[in-house]
Design a protein around this ligand. Structure first.
Ligand SMILES: [Zn+2]
Ligand SMILES: [Zn+2]
Length: 346
């Protein structure tokens, strides 16, 4: 065991504060990672504040981790000291179920082990990336290509893969019209990735406030959903809509924007239920779907794709003592587009 510095929520709804946590010894297949940067995901805030219930405290959030390998266990074959690596939303899974075998560890039937706010196989709580070091099994560690700076790569480990996976699964590419609903931490990566995949990209945002950003990031079109004319103008337009919004939506209105056989995918997770008229799906053979992060192999594919296309996250780098203030700004949608903690300040 080793004691490392971290920022943790000591209890539900309490502000985060500097503390220490114990990391397990480096096991046979483990890598010790010297964390350089950790992104702040909106789900960190939900969990630190116990918005989803059953939080484990003290809680060290952070599942967008970028750093350097500083020690490897004797059985490690994929990484060496000094390698640039990342860790995303989970650090283990059963490894034997049909989904783990297909590289869909995020859907492990026994449940993936979250990078924080979870219990590992030994029943010990996991602590996330708002920390100086983390010990992770090499099979749940990915390589960050040299072409990506570590600070802008960190948010790719959740925000990047959350958008990359559905865009690939539903074949965003040349000839496809794709809408990204919401231009925040998730949505801005959706715009970049969908554009790089060759799709015609439209941002649907509440207002036109971020229009210049959206077009700069790669969108071809940008419309405000607060304007009813948007829904008339864009009726039956899209092959794919990816919603990053975590509030209930007028589903019938949004489904009307899909072409026949179009797909509406949720990656945002509204806490409230949503309702819709089934007629909105039946007419036009439309699909309402969901997607959650991606497996380890696909996360590596996403990082390689982003490196090849020069796609990092747009970030605001902060020191660790600004984390509580940053949380307030995320809740107020006042960040362009991801806060990243400089772990050297922890
Ligand atoms: Zn996340
Ligand atoms: Zn499994």
């Amino acid at each position: 065991m080793s004691t490392v510095a971290a920022y943790a929520a000591p209890a539900a709804k309490a502000p985060l504060e500097r503390t220490t946590v114990e990391r397990r010894p480096v096991g046979e297949f483990d890598v010790l990672i010297d964390i350089k940067y950790a992104g702040i995901c909106h789900s960190d805030i939900h969990q630190a504040r116990d918005g989803w219930g059953e939080g484990i405290y003290p809680m060290v959030p952070g599942h967008e981790i970028a750093g350097l390998v500083s020690e490897v266990g004797p059985g490690v074959t994929r990484f060496a000291v000094g390698d640039r690596v990342g860790v995303g939303c989970f650090v283990d899974s059963c490894r034997t179920c049909e989904y783990c075998e297909q590289g869909l560890e995020q859907f492990c039937v026994k449940g993936m082990t979250g990078t924080y706010n979870a219990l590992d196989k030994n029943g010990e709580p996991t602590y996330g990336g708002y920390s100086t070091h983390i010990v992770v099994d090499e099979n749940y560690t990915v390589r960050i290509p040299d072409a990506l700076a570590l600070d802008v790569a960190a948010p790719l480990l959740c925000a990047g893969i959350t958008l990359y996976s559905p865009l690939r699964h539903w074949n965003a590419g040349p000839g496809k019209k794709v809408a990204i609903l919401g231009l925040g931490g998730l949505g801005h990566m959706g715009v970049k990735i969908a554009d790089a995949l060759g799709a015609e990209v439209t941002v649907l945002s509440q207002s036109l406030r971020k229009k210049d950003d959206g077009l700069r990031l790669g969108a071809d079109h940008y419309y405000a959903t607060s304007d009813p004319a948007t829904f008339e103008r864009l009726a039956s337009s899209f092959d794919l809509i990816v919603s990053t919004v975590s509030a209930p939506l007028d589903m019938d209105a949004f489904l009307s924007l899909l072409k026949t056989d179009g797909v509406f995918v949720n990656v945002g997770a509204p806490e409230e239920p949503n309702s819709l008229n089934m007629g909105s799906l039946i007419g036009g053979r439309k699909t309402l779907a969901g997607s959650m992060i991606g497996g380890i192999a696909e996360t590596q594919e996403m990082l390689d794709f982003c490196a090849a296309h020069g796609l990092g996250s747009e970030i605001e780098l902060i020191s660790a003592d600004q984390v509580n203030e940053a949380y307030e700004r995320v809740v107020a949608s006042d960040v362009r587009y991801r806060f990243v903690i400089d772990a050297a300040t922890i």
